[in-house]
Design a protein around this ligand. Structure first.
Ligand code: PEP
Ligand code: CO
Length: 451
């Protein structure tokens, strides 16, 4: 952590004067410049008034009036940019939001980890297999996962391919929502697909039926349809890791006289790049989007206070989202002090719990996994700690998929270590599958009620 004060001047490229972690090294500067320049000329993926609407909703969540659900893949892949997978990802987020809405009786802000989640921080720059050392895979925005020198070479063209995939994804999401996919009357809400035989199916059907009854009642009474709920948008988010990509999509909006990152609604700073004096904090402090920061167990009071002051110097509502990812065993010890330190700054924040990234482990066979019971334990502890401190835990952040994968163990079906091999697809972190995700939403709505 380097606490050199930030100068008041900021520009989309002022981060280049700071140490930048996790950036790929490209071999051909001319090709890189060409790709970044092209990206800078292309239209934005989102628009500033959507970003402002989200900021407003986050401000409401900070006051306890909304709850935020953020979820999606650890890393999106270009190959998975297909209609079925995108629709299934929306569907699980929709169904989870319905369960949360029912349990908490407050509107849910739905934010996908999608349409740009293509760059990954790595713990080492290189990977060695059988004596061969190559650059590590940094996500489809940078290079390719195959273990050959050609595939691991960072390729500037991928910045453009990533931008295009992000735009295609969000275009499809918008069309689905406009076409009624997120309408409470739409069957997607109620269809449980392959989960029909799950022990959770009955509970979900009861929740769905209870909401349908309330809707029918309201619509019969008022003679009108509930439109507000039917068009609730999905916002996009990704880790703002690859700073040339983010910079190229940063635009000045004369009407509001503010800079926005228009590659996504909600960019976040990952734990490995949250140094106070680092390039990522410098870049994010100048954009007007709501900004998330991952808060890990090694952060101390001075660090989170520095983040709060630097990223939200004017104490604006809806601006800062702190996503704690402590690990089940660290929450009770670490979280109270952090809540207290942030409170002392007077900077408003939305607290969100990511129960995934502090609970990653390897099985005896060396498979990267997460255990459902640890994920749940971190959530339980987080709700408990916030309640005990008079603070509001206003959201959750998951790595999940709408597919029937076997990457995390546990859950109602009791997936064991030996089951992981059945359908393990992630190139990076293990995700909750459809059924595990829905089960967690049910558990959270009970936890939040008792909180
Ligand atoms: C992630 O969200 O995929 C991630 C890398 O998280 P963190 O920065 O919290 O480790
Ligand atoms: Co991850």
């Amino acid at each position: 952590m380097n606490a050199v004060p930030h100068s008041p001047e900021w520009s989309p490229s002022s981060w280049t004067s700071r140490p930048a972690q996790q950036q790929p090294s490209y071999r051909d500067p001319v090709a890189l410049k060409h790709a970044v320049d092209s990206l800078g000329r292309l239209p934005p993926i989102v628009v500033s008034w959507e970003v402002e609407a989200l900021r407003q909703q986050i401000a409401e969540a900070q006051r306890g009036e909304r709850f935020l659900l953020q979820g999606g893949d650890c890393a999106e892949s270009f190959a998975d940019c297909d209609s079925g997978q995108i629709a299934r990802k929306l569907k699980i987020l929709l169904q989870m939001s319905l369960v949360l809405l029912h349990g908490m009786k407050k509107p849910v802000i739905r934010v996908g980890r999608f349409a740009g989640q293509y760059a990954k921080p790595r713990s080492t720059d290189t990977e060695t297999r059988d004596g061969v050392t190559l650059p590590c895979y940094r996500g489809d925005l940078v290079n390719r996962p195959g273990f050959t020198a050609a595939e691991r070479e960072p390729d500037p063209e991928l910045l453009l391919r990533g931008y295009e995939r992000a735009a295609l994804t969000l275009n499809f999401v918008r069309a689905l929502v406009d076409g009624g996919f997120a309408d409470l009357h739409h069957p997607e809400y109620w269809d449980l697909g392959f989960m029909k035989h799950s022990p959770l199916a009955d509970q979900f059907r009861q929740i769905a039926a209870s909401i349908a009854d309330s809707l029918d009642f309201f619509e019969a009474m008022s003679g009108s349809q509930v439109h507000e709920a039917s068009r609730a948008p999905f916002y996009a988010s990704h880790e703002a890791l690859h700073l040339l990509y983010e910079q190229a999509q940063t635009r000045f909006i004369p009407r509001s006289e503010r800079w926005y990152n228009l590659s996504t609604h909600l960019p976040w700073i990952g734990m490995r790049t949250a140094d106070l004096g680092g390039a990522h904090v410098e870049y994010c402090r100048g954009i007007s989007n709501p900004v998330g920061v991952k808060v890990g167990p090694s952060m101390d009071a001075a660090w989170v206070q520095g983040l709060a002051h630097t990223l939200n110097p004017h104490k604006e509502a809806g601006r800062l989202v702190l996503i704690h990812r402590m690990g089940a065993k660290n929450v009770e010890a670490k979280l109270p002090g952090l809540i207290e330190s942030v409170r002392a700054t007077g900077v408003p924040v939305l607290w969100v719990c990511d129960p995934m990234h502090g609970n990653t482990e390897s099985t005896a066979a060396g498979v990267k996994t997460r255990r459902f019971e640890n994920i749940l334990a971190e959530l339980e502890a987080a709700f408990r700690v916030h309640r005990a401190m008079g603070s509001y835990l206003g959201g959750v952040h998951f790595e999940l998929t709408g597919e029937e994968v076997t990457e995390c163990t546990g859950g109602a079906r009791g997936l064991a270590d030996a089951d992981l091999a059945k359908d393990y697809r992630s190139q990076v972190d293990p995700r909750l599958n459809y059924e595990q995700s829905l089960e967690l939403a049910m558990r959270i709505s009970t936890l939040a009620r008792s909180a």
